[in-house]
Write a protein that binds this ligand. Structure first.
Ligand SMILES: Cc1ncc(COP(=O)(O)O)c(C=O)c1O
Length: 494
């Protein structure tokens, strides 16, 4: 076993003491892990150029204190049961003063990150979690996905290990996506316009960097997607809220200040996030016409576009006007799984190239193995098959949720938005403040979110989000039952 130990020559302390300190520090920092064998006293003495008794002395102290343990016949090891204090990570003192928050001077960008709460990590789970965003991961098509990954691992194409040839991503995947988006979403584009990114979050981030100067206005649906709002604020943009109603963004509000100056308008036309409305066709045309007049660029986030349960499919904004100033953003986070971190941007050709340069600067390229497998997944029809299966599953879950809400809350509940996507928004009259309702729900083991965090100027008290895609029908019923119990006065329960 090699041990890199540095003993400071000038220290006044005796050598065996310094060696003891150095070994102890290595164990405490985890450089020497529990159960790891340490060199024999002879070997360490000779590698450090110290006497063997020096090493023996320091080992004995560490043995005595329980940091090391000797096993007859096989040597000396870092103890598996380490002394008490090892359970606690050593306190790291930041090199910057406490009054500065223990931080160096941050850029405007860095400072803006501290303004908003961190993007939600799953956190300690409620037993039944209605918070939106997760697909049904338990029915993920593992076998197909595994087979496609293995196919490419077996083929051992060295190109897959290399820097990508095309700056925009794996070409066959981009071609498949261009065809798929044309079939399913009426997006009109060529592979040259498709840029592969690490999910829609990266798409929004890159688009903002490339198009928005600090101080410029970005218009955002209100209530709207937090991931987008945070990216705009981090870039120093002024965020102009635009109200939404049951038909999505209220386009005529874009003619009012400050939205009228917007460089960029972020919209979720298929299924407004979070309220669930679908942007009606006349509004789509109005929005495109407005963008052409004003010179603003539209960012169309089609995050869960594939899921509609009844009603006619709505073609993407992107394909509605020839040469429309639209950047279309899609993701595999909802249709496959969020950890895949693959999404795509469809942009007018010149802009796709600029976005590709920004992507190259951020992280060069997205991982290729997954892009190879995904290209086959789309080409061989697995994506559309999976979508069909999920559509049936989610439609059923949504129906059960709507029925359960109706049953539990009767006239006190109103389901808002269209039959689409992976969550619904419901207005529930409970007489409680939203935070109190959310707190009570959590206490009853039900994860629930109100609309409040998504609102800028909008006021939507009593409205809650119900993600249903990841919950089985039994859990949905049980969750709603518990909610009614937690939120309604016994007299009012149905
Ligand atoms: C409106 C919206 N866009 C995009 C996403 C997905 O983000 P990503 O593709 O970065 O996982 C979400 C997920 O919650 C969303 O709600």
């Amino acid at each position: 076993v090699e041990l890199a130990i540095r003993l400071d020559e000038r220290e006044a302390e005796p050598l065996h003491r310094r060696l003891y300190e150095a070994l102890r520090a290595a164990i405490l920092s985890g450089r020497l892990g529990p159960g790891q064998k340490v060199p024999s006293t002879r070997a360490l003495a000779s590698s450090l150029g110290v006497s063997r008794s020096t090493v023996t002395q320091s080992y004995e102290q560490l043995l005595g204190e329980g940091y090391l343990q000797a096993e007859v016949g096989s040597g000396t090891f870092v103890s598996r049961q380490l002394p008490e204090e090892l359970g606690h990570a050593p306190k790291v003192e930041p090199p910057w003063p406490e009054r500065a928050g223990g931080l160096p001077e941050l850029s405007r960008y860095g400072a803006s990150l501290l303004q908003s709460a961190t993007i939600r990590a799953p956190g300690p789970e409620a037993a039944i979690d209605f918070r939106p965003g997760r697909p049904a991961l338990d029915v993920f098509p593992w076998r197909v996905w595994r087979r496609l990954l293995l196919r490419h691992l077996r083929a051992a194409e060295t190109a897959m290990l290399d820097y990508a040839e095309a700056p925009l991503g794996h070409r066959p995947l981009r071609e498949e996506l261009a065809r798929f988006l044309a079939r399913s979403r009426a997006v009109s584009c060529t592979a040259e316009q498709v840029l592969m990114v690490n999910g829609s979050q990266q798409a929004i981030d890159l688009v903002t960097r490339v198009l928005v100067e600090p101080g410029q206005v970005v218009a955002l649906e209100d209530p709207g997607y937090l991931g987008a709002r945070r990216a705009f604020l981090a870039q120093g943009a002024r965020v102009a809220p635009v109200p939404v109603d049951g038909d999505g963004l209220e386009v005529e509000a874009l003619s009012r200040s400050p939205a009228v100056q917007a460089r960029l308008v972020y919209v979720t036309p298929s299924h407004q996030f979070p309220t669930g409305g679908t942007l009606a066709l006349p509004r789509r045309l109005e929005l495109l016409a407005w963008a052409e007049r004003s010179g603003a660029v539209l960012v169309e986030d089609d995050y869960d576009n594939e899921y509609r349960y009844g009603g006619r499919p709505v073609p993407a904004l992107q394909g509605l006007g020839r040469g429309a100033p639209v950047i279309y953003v899609g993701t595999f986070s909802k249709v496959l799984f969020p950890a895949l971190r693959l999404g795509y941007v469809v942009a007018p050709p010149g802009l796709a190239d600029v976005l590709g340069r920004a992507k190259a600067l951020a992280d060069r390229q997205s991982p290729l193995l997954e892009q190879y497998a995904l290209a086959d997944f789309v080409a061989e029809g697995h994506l559309e098959r999976h979508l069909r299966r999920m559509r049936t599953l989610y439609a059923g879950r949504r129906r059960v949720l709507e029925e359960a809400l109706e049953e539990a809350f009767g006239g006190r509940v109103e389901v808002l938005g269209d039959r689409a996507g992976m969550h619904l928004t419901a207005r529930i009259e409970t007489g409680l403040a939203d935070e109190e309702a959310v707190r009570r729900a959590h206490a009853a083991g039900v994860g629930l979110g109100s609309l409040a965090p998504y609102c800028l100027e909008a006021q939507r008290p009593g409205e809650f989000l119900f993600g249903y895609a990841s919950l089985g029908e039994r859990l949905i019923r049980e969750g709603v039952r518990r909610l009614a119990q937690a939120l309604l006065h016994p007299r009012e329960r149905f």
